[in-house]
Design a protein around this ligand. Structure first.
Ligand code: G1P
Ligand code: ZN
Length: 545
């Protein structure tokens, strides 16, 4: 195809294309504005000249606007000199599967269309994020460069041609670019088989009914192939397994609020012994036993403590990492295993360097994300299979495993309280106030606690020496209690304030307490110290996780 079919389109810069914790996320209508997506994509290609002539992995979580956006992406990739693209059939790829494909096929990187767990549909959210050749989300320095580029962009390139159908596996061309439509599940399923003891899980599943809620998002086809076909769980084990553009009207966020139907099933005396769910793009996970919820921070700690029981990790872990607001349950495990434990800012991109350098094997966040060095993203189904492997090997239920863990390490009561859709200036004023107050707080009394340390968390990446400042206010109290404040970097409406609460309880007799009750005093202190009522005029959080 000749170069003549490449169109250069004049445009004007947008000023709001700053990627957040995980890519650029906006309302669908924002992305549908003329040139909006195109501008961002061109800025990305401009900042990644090394992608010319290379292979790129493309796909999305199937939400509303996925197909239209993919068509634009394909035409722009062809016009920007990309050599070949691997696209998931029907335009679908889960985030961890995309990360795996990039690594497996030596791609220059990948582009994932997703707004993760945010609602979809015409009035919902859309998003775009990009990963580099190690399969990891682009680091801040690059997302910032793209943002800067987007602020001065005046034209973009697009191939004037019809894009090939994405509904059948096969090879096609778009201009000079090769387009390979691939089975989105096969490579990923094979990777899972290489990590876990599928025979043991299969035998366990014959005796133990479970449910997996795909929430009408991308993991439906993955879970059906792996759980129902390869592991022989009965049909229907995967619920809400068909990806829908609006996720069936639901909110594809695997927590006990949004995966309520699953929680009811597990608690309803139907005999299910294990329940799990994943989010819009398949990187988050929820783990449940009958009448029992496993907090993601605990889950990370438990996987780390039991890793040697699973074939892929039988040689042990080099180290672990958690995001700063994640509870310190995993720190206790790392200390017992005598391996390093890294504390990084929120967002998966900070784990990439540590994983690449072999410093860590497992990592996770309190926000229902857990993963390992098998890919460079968090991985929902991986966590579910890890748990299934543990259940099969240990021959105990979910709750028994967790309680035994608490007995050994103490219980880290943990919760996050979110205040949503706040006016930006108010939220920033509150953070500013906290920032000013944490200096010199160490040694002072706060409620019934003495402050051990207080700061605005900054991170020095031990591998590349990059620094990230202002990553959240930490107030560490004596006896292992902690309050953390930060503003969300993924919201699309106003600001979201997140308050993370944690308390370490060694007394076995108190491990049975309700989490919110156990944290009530700390929560009141956190609200009062930040001036929630005075500054943002709210009486209670919108979301309690
Ligand atoms: C949230 C979570 C964070 C996670 C991110 C992407 O970001 O808190 O842990 O990495 O979503 O899934 P936030 O909105 O807090 O910036
Ligand atoms: Zn996600």
């Amino acid at each position: 195809m000749s170069v003549h079919s490449i169109k250069t389109v004049a445009t004007q810069p947008f000023t709001d294309q700053k990627p957040g914790t995980s890519g650029l996320r906006k309302k669908v209508q924002v992305f549908q504005q003329p040139h909006y997506l195109e501008n961002f994509v061109q800025a990305m290609f401009d900042c990644l000249p090394q992608w010319r002539g290379q292979t790129l992995v493309l796909g999305g979580d199937g939400r509303y606007y996925n197909r239209e956006a993919l068509a634009i992406l394909l035409r722009m990739a062809a016009a920007n000199g990309i050599g070949r693209v691997l696209v998931g059939r029907h335009g679908l790829l889960s985030t961890p599967a995309a990360s795996h494909l990039i690594r497996k096929y030596g791609a220059g990187g990948g582009i994932i269309l997703s707004a993760s767990h945010n609602p979809g549909g015409r009035d919902g959210d859309f998003g775009i994020k990009f990963n580099l050749s190690n399969g990891s989300p682009a680091p801040e320095i690059l997302t910032e460069a793209v943002y800067q580029r987007s602020r001065s962009l005046v034209e973009y390139r697009l191939l004037d041609a019809q894009v090939p159908s994405l509904d059948r596996v096969g090879e096609a061309r778009l201009g000079d670019m090769a387009v390979a439509v691939i089975d989105p599940v096969a490579d990923y399923a094979e990777l899972m088989e290489s990590l876990f003891d599928f025979d043991a899980i299969r035998a366990w599943l014959e005796r133990n009914p479970m449910r997996f809620d795909a929430m009408h998002a991308v993991t439906g086809p993955y879970a059906r192939e792996i759980l129902e076909r390869r592991l022989g769980a009965p049909a229907g084990t995967v619920m809400n397994g068909v990806p829908l553009p609006d996720f069936g009207g639901g909110h594809p966020d695997p927590n006990t609020t949004h995966a309520h139907a699953l929680v009811e099933l597990l608690n309803g005396g139907h005999g299910y012994v294990f329940g799990a769910a994943s989010d819009g793009d398949g990187d988050r996970n929820l783990i449940l036993g009958p009448g029992f919820f496993v907090s993601p921070s605990d889950s990370l700690a438990i996987l780390a403590a039991n890793a040697r029981l699973v074939p892929g990790y039988r040689h042990g872990l080099t180290g672990v990492a958690r995001s700063m607001p994640t509870s310190r349950a995993v720190d206790a495990v790392a200390a017992a295993l005598m391996i390093p434990c890294y504390e990084t800012p929120t967002g998966w991109k900070f784990f990439g360097n540590l994983l690449d350098a072999g410093r860590i094997t497992l990592c996770g966040e309190e926000s229902f994300g857990t993963g390992s060095d098998h890919v460079r993203e968090k991985d929902g189904l991986w966590a579910v299979l890890f748990w299934l492997n543990l259940l099969a090997v240990r021959g105990q239920g979910v709750e028994a495993i967790v309680r035994e863990h608490w007995q050994r390490f103490g219980r880290h009561f943990y919760s996050r309280h979110d205040y949503e859709a706040l006016p930006l200036e108010r939220a920033e004023a509150l953070m500013q106030g906290l920032r000013a107050r944490v200096e010199g707080l160490a040694g002072q009394r706060l409620g019934r606690w003495t402050v051990e340390q207080a700061d605005d968390f900054a991170y020095l990446d031990p591998i590349d020496g990059s620094r990230s400042q202002r990553q959240g206010i930490r107030v560490l109290l004596e006896g292992g209690a902690r309050i953390v404040y930060r503003l969300s970097g993924t919201g699309t409406e106003g600001a979201t304030l997140r308050i993370y609460l944690e308390r370490h309880e060694l007394d076995l007799a108190r491990h049975g307490q309700d989490t919110q009750q156990a944290l009530a005093e700390l929560a009141a202190l956190a609200d009062q110290f930040a001036g929630i009522r005075e500054i943002i005029g709210r009486q209670r959080p919108d979301v309690v996780v």
